[in-house]
Design a protein around this ligand. Structure first.
Ligand SMILES: *Cc1c(COP(=O)(O)O)cnc(C)c1O
Length: 746
């Protein structure tokens, strides 16, 4: 405490910090969340047999009637333009339309049953009730969230959704800035686009200082010192801490205000708009030739291809991507990242380091915390920083499990990460009763009964990664994946909302905002999304969908987190079934006469790795008995044949939708998806452990790749179905077992 300050001053200061309105809304929110705790995830969806059908019908009916009445009651003195006579004359056309609707409804039955617990394939499942009705209501009014003028309500809902998601990700929602976009692809592009803008700001500022002969403007350097900006090299300027670069034009204005007075903002803004280092104005090539530097982007081998699209669009070229090898869990190998960052060529700069929280193929979570530590170390030892982006398009919502536990508040910064993880581990751990069939092979014999399955990650890596997420400068997350929201819904969140000042676009008909900075004192109030984003017209309906869903299913441990936990548990369970395949299934077969079938081909399923999130990759491998009666891989089958085997399994557990060759999914018992690991993407060194375990040579892998089956476990119904005596996950493995048996023993 500062003893020069009087008590009154202190109290004034405290009061300034307390926002009464916010406090009240927090209390109300808490109460609502308490009430919502009572509703189990089963209430949130239509249900595999449309069990909530009646209430859905009634709600949609209510929304539509309400909307119709709104039109009816608007200017009752206006004439009825389409009178009954006319209505009658429209009937033939309406009949034609109805016929076409029937035809579409008929055709849509060839659709995958995403909602079904039998669908254990891609990153899609049920949509929440509030998101569907929110979307429907929003759609009727058809707001365009590019500007508040065409979206008076949904534009502010979008900002609120941004704050909800920022909070889930661990950002301070008052300092962060997040908005909805079409999906993870756009979210990643926008993150790197903003990063690109931010990086060159110090060059622009230096240019200003040079041309205005400002010799005493200093910049904070990543190592904690400061230096006159004129003394810093382009590489040093680009490598400043992102948050320092974001605020640098403001800092310059503050510095200049004493000298120039009121005109300072327009002077600075005008200079920056025309700067040769303003990438939006001059293009990337101008900056490259001025600085002689080229960008690199670091991301794991398991990155989504949207990262390549983004660097392609941004003008970096896909060649700038430095793939960091993965370790056996398919998480980025942080040691290699560190080595590459510390040994970076002089003529290169880091445009971004991207951690993936939930890889698309394996669901793996990169060591986000380690990337943060590496950045800290690079700052102090090498005086360089970088933009840290997280692609959490898949795994972002898993963070709801870590939110609302009341552990954030008492965050003591000196507490070791291990202890914090331990706290979270205890708080997050849940258990659910599950059928004994799962575990009795692991335990003591064949006891019947029930058994509890616990959710916990085996090591602290995943906890640490999720807890470190708020340290990133930007995070992409997809509501249309683990948010259970209808397409198209992605979100990009920035830790520092001041980035908006740097990218504002002016179009007189969408915004009154003027470009650049307006003041150094006022906190930037971001009241619109349109001026700061890549997209133009965008559906307000999806903002209504996200808002209603997240409002009624809070993004916390007690709300959305329950859904995530259930699906994580189910994933661990499915992985156990696959691991136990050898024991669960008798691979000895009898013929119709009860005779042992000779020459039966044995096989088993192997998982690629224990899942970090709700995704399991696995493959079927032919086996044989060795001389001790142990099951070992049958070396008769080469990798190419095993790939073929798994591809055939996949083909029988999906529907192929080629026009003219459609088959309805009714005959299809279960659905799985697939992916191929190739050496172009996954260096043999990265997966050598796996190849060794499966007894495949590197040569075979390089030649053929590895075809694997892939199951995303996000259906909300598996546990409940089990209580009704139907174990879909077990049956799924039975089904795959039968398919594999039939293929191997024709
Ligand atoms: C799905 C996904 C994306 C792309 O998101 P879209 O919404 O399909 O554009 C990007 N990154 C990861 C990790 C993903 O899983």
């Amino acid at each position: 405490m500062n003893d020069h300050e009087s008590n009154d001053e202190l109290i004034d200061k405290l009061l300034e910090k307390i926002d009464l309105e916010e406090l009240v809304s927090k209390v109300i929110d808490k109460q609502k969340q308490e009430a919502l705790k009572a509703a189990p995830p089963e209430a949130w969806f239509l249900g595999p047999k449309a069990e909530h059908g009646e209430v859905w019908l009634a709600t949609i009916d209510h929304i539509l009637r309400d909307y119709i009445h709104w039109r009816r009651n608007y200017f009752p003195e206006d004439p009825i333009i389409v009178d009954r006579e006319r209505l009658k004359s429209h009937e033939p056309w309406v009949e034609t339309l109805k016929g076409e609707i029937d035809s579409i409804l008929n055709q849509l039955k060839a659709h995958f049953p995403f909602y079904s617990p039998r669908y254990i394939a891609h990153m899609i499942s049920e949509q929440t009730f509030p998101s569907v009705v929110g979307y429907f209501a929003g759609m009727l009014y058809n707001p365009n969230n590019v500007t508040e003028e065409s979206a008076p309500i949904t534009a502010s809902l979008e900002l609120e959704v941004g704050r909800m998601i920022a909070e889930m990700l661990g950002y301070n929602p008052r300092k962060a800035w997040a908005h909805i976009c079409s999906g993870g692809t756009l979210a990643n592009l926008e993150a790197l686009w903003i990063a690109r803008t931010v990086q060159f700001v110090p060059l622009m500022v230096r240019d200003y200082c040079e041309s205005h002969d400002v010799r005493d403007f200093g910049a904070r350097t990543p190592d904690g010192n400061s230096a006159p900006i004129l003394e810093l090299s382009p590489a040093e300027l680009i490598g400043l801490r992102p948050n320092d670069s974001i605020g640098m034009i403001r800092a310059l204005a503050e510095h200049m205000i004493g000298r120039v007075g009121d005109g300072v903002y327009s002077d600075i803004n005008a200079f920056m708009a025309q700067s040769r280092f303003n990438v939006a104005h001059s293009g990337l090539h101008a900056i490259f030739s001025e600085t002689g530097l080229k960008p690199v982007v670091f991301v794991s081998e398991a990155a989504h291809y949207s990262i390549r699209k983004a660097v392609n669009i941004l003008g970096y070229g896909e060649d700038c991507v430095r793939s960091v090898p993965v370790e056996p869990h398919f998480r980025m190998n942080a040691d290699v990242l560190k080595e590459k960052l510390f040994g970076l060529d002089e003529n290169l700069y880091v445009a971004a380091v991207i951690g993936v929280a939930g890889t698309t193929e394996e669901g793996a979570v990169d060591p986000i915390h380690k990337i943060k530590f590496i950045r800290d170390e690079l700052e102090t030892k090498k005086n360089r920083s970088f933009w840290f982006h997280i692609d959490a398009a898949w795994g972002g919502y898993v963070r709801s499990v870590f939110t609302g536990l009341g552990l954030e508040e008492d965050g003591d910064p000196r507490k070791p990460l291990k202890d914090i993880c331990e706290e979270y581990k205890n708080a997050v751990a849940i258990s659910e009763e599950t059928e004994v069939r799962l575990l009795h092979f692991e335990e003591n014999g064949m006891n019947e009964g029930h058994k509890k399955l616990h959710l916990e990650w085996a090591d602290f890596e995943v906890y640490s990664a999720f807890l470190a997420m708020p340290d990133a400068d930007s995070i992409a997350v997809d509501p249309h994946k683990l948010g259970y929201i209808p397409y198209p819904a992605g979100v990009i969140a920035f830790q520092n909302k001041l980035v908006t000042e740097l990218v504002i676009q002016k179009a007189q008909y969408i915004t009154d905002e003027i470009g650049g900075i307006k003041s150094t004192e006022k906190e930037a109030e971001v009241t619109a999304v349109g001026p700061y984003i890549i997209e133009g017209s965008k559906p307000g309906a999806v903002a209504a969908a996200c808002w209603l869903s997240h409002k009624t299913i809070p993004l916390t441990y007690q709300g959305h987190g329950r859904l995530i936990k259930t699906s994580l548990l189910n994933t661990q369970k499915l992985a156990r079934y696959i691991n136990l395949h050898k024991k669960l299934f008798d691979t000895i077969e009898y013929d119709l006469y009860g005779q042992l079938r000779p020459g039966i081909q044995k096989f088993t399923f192997e998982i690629l790795c224990e899942p970090d999130t709700n995704l399991v990759c696995f493959l079927c491998v032919p086996m044989k008995d060795d001389k001790d009666g142990e099951l070992v891989r049958d070396g008769y089958f080469k990798l190419a044949e095993i790939n073929e085997l798994n591809e055939s399994i996949y083909k029988r557990a999906t529907i192929r939708n080629r026009p003219g060759k459609r088959k309805t999914p009714y005959s299809q018992e279960f659905f799985v998806s697939r992916t191929i690991l190739t050496h172009e993407q996954y260096h043999p060194g990265s997966i050598s452990g796996l190849l060794e375990k499966l007894d495949f040579s590197i040569f075979e892998y390089e030649k053929n790749g590895l075809f694997v089956l892939r199951s995303v476990v996000m259906n909300p119904w598996h546990f409940l179905a089990e209580k009704q005596g139907k174990n879909y996950l077990y049956d799924f493995i039975v089904n795959l077992h039968q398919i594999a048996r039939d293929i191997l023993n024709p």
